[in-house]
Every structure is written in structure tokens, then in C-alpha cells.
Design a protein around this ligand. Structure first.
Ligand code: QAP
Ligand code: CO
Length: 169
């Protein structure tokens, strides 16, 4: 197991579009394990491979309080079942540390993905699960929750994070 480095906004590598996983093999399962270790250490509730600079379509999530509900989504696809009904949620992101902003997303979705054994499964998630999987799928497409905010809010967040990165260097 290894903890991986998390890329932070506005790192241009976060804009990479991830490629599908062709075969769910031990190498992919190793990545999944390392992503869980990284996410639990943070701590966070969701992490996409893009955020650890691996540009493959892999997402891990755990919404429980006690690391008891690990979920793996390989090559996830989201189908919006009702475009009209969106719900607001205060989102954060391990790649945008310290910032939470309200984002509206469709609440009725269906998710199809492969699990860590390469078996296909389907979900109709609700609430935070539905929000989180859409947030993570966005990462695989090079999109961040700050992209839904006004240019002014996004710029303010970018400036603050750039300043932190300069101070760290
Ligand atoms: C995505 O985000 C998410 O700012 C997962 O300082 C979050 O795990 C989807 C975190 C909320 C929907 C709603 C953020 C940790 C973790 C921070 C995370 C921070 C430390 C974020
Ligand atoms: Co995120």
C-alpha cells in the first residue's frame, strides 16, 4: 500500500481526460488500494484517479463515518434520468482544500460501472451518493466543482491556493 500525492487546483494535469480501464487486473486493484489509503488519510469521501495523476477511469468512495463502506467504480457511466430536478449541495474537493461551495446537480441518475473484480453493476443512488459520483466522474473528464461557480469565485479560490503553493515551495 502507498499513499499518493494529490494534485491541487489549478494544476493543469487535473484537466486531463482519463482513458477507460481495459482490464481490471492486479495493477488496477493496486491503484484502487493506494487510492483508498490516500483518501482515508486525507480524510475524504471520494477520490478519482485523475487527482493522483493517474489518467484511468477509476473512482473510490466511502461515505461512512468509519471506513466501513468502500465503493469502487471502474469505467463509470452516469445517465441523467430527470434533467429538470436538480438539488444544491455544499461540495468540497481534496484537490481544492479548504473551500466549500454550493453546486446544483441532477438528483435522479443511474450509474453503471465495474467493481474491483471487473463485474458490472448498476445503481440508482440518492442524496450525497448521487452528488459524489457525479463530482468524481467530472474529475475523470477533467472537470472540477469550481467550474460551476462564477468566474469571480473561481479566480478568488485559484489566487488563494496559488499563494499557499508558493508559500509551501
Ligand atoms: C467530493 O470530496 C465531494 O476542503 C469528495 O480541506 C465532497 O472528499 C462530493 C476534503 C462533498 C460531494 C460533497 C476537502 C478534505 C475532502 C477539503 C472530499 C479539505 C479536506 C473532500
Ligand atoms: Co473532487
Amino acid at each position: 500500500m502507498a499513499k499518493l500525492e494529490i494534485l491541487e487546483f489549478p494544476d493543469p494535469r487535473l484537466r486531463t481526460i482519463a482513458k477507460p480501464v481495459e482490464q481490471v487486473d492486479d495493477k488496477v486493484r493496486q491503484l484502487v488500494d493506494d487510492m483508498f489509503e490516500t483518501m482515508y488519510a486525507a480524510p475524504g469521501i471520494g477520490l478519482a484517479a485523475t487527482q493522483v495523476n493517474v489518467h484511468r477511469r477509476v473512482v473510490v468512495m466511502d461515505l461512512s463515518e468509519d471506513q466501513s463502506q468502500p465503493m469502487v467504480f471502474i469505467n463509470p457511466e452516469v445517465e441523467v434520468l430527470d434533467r429538470e430536478h436538480c438539488s444544491p449541495y455544499d461540495e468540497g474537493c481534496l484537490s481544492v482544500p479548504g473551500f466549500y461551495e454550493t453546486v446544483e446537480r441532477p438528483e435522479q441518475i443511474r450509474v453503471r460501472a465495474l467493481d474491483r473484480d471487473g463485474q458490472p453493476f448498476e445503481l440508482e443512488p440518492e442524496g450525497l451518493l448521487a452528488v459524489c459520483i457525479q463530482h468524481e466522474l467530472d474529475h475523470l473528464n477533467g472537470k472540477l466543482f469550481v467550474d460551476y461557480l462564477s468566474a469571480m469565485k473561481r479566480q478568488r479560490i485559484r489566487k488563494k491556493l496559488e499563494k499557499q503553493h508558493r508559500q509551501r515551495a
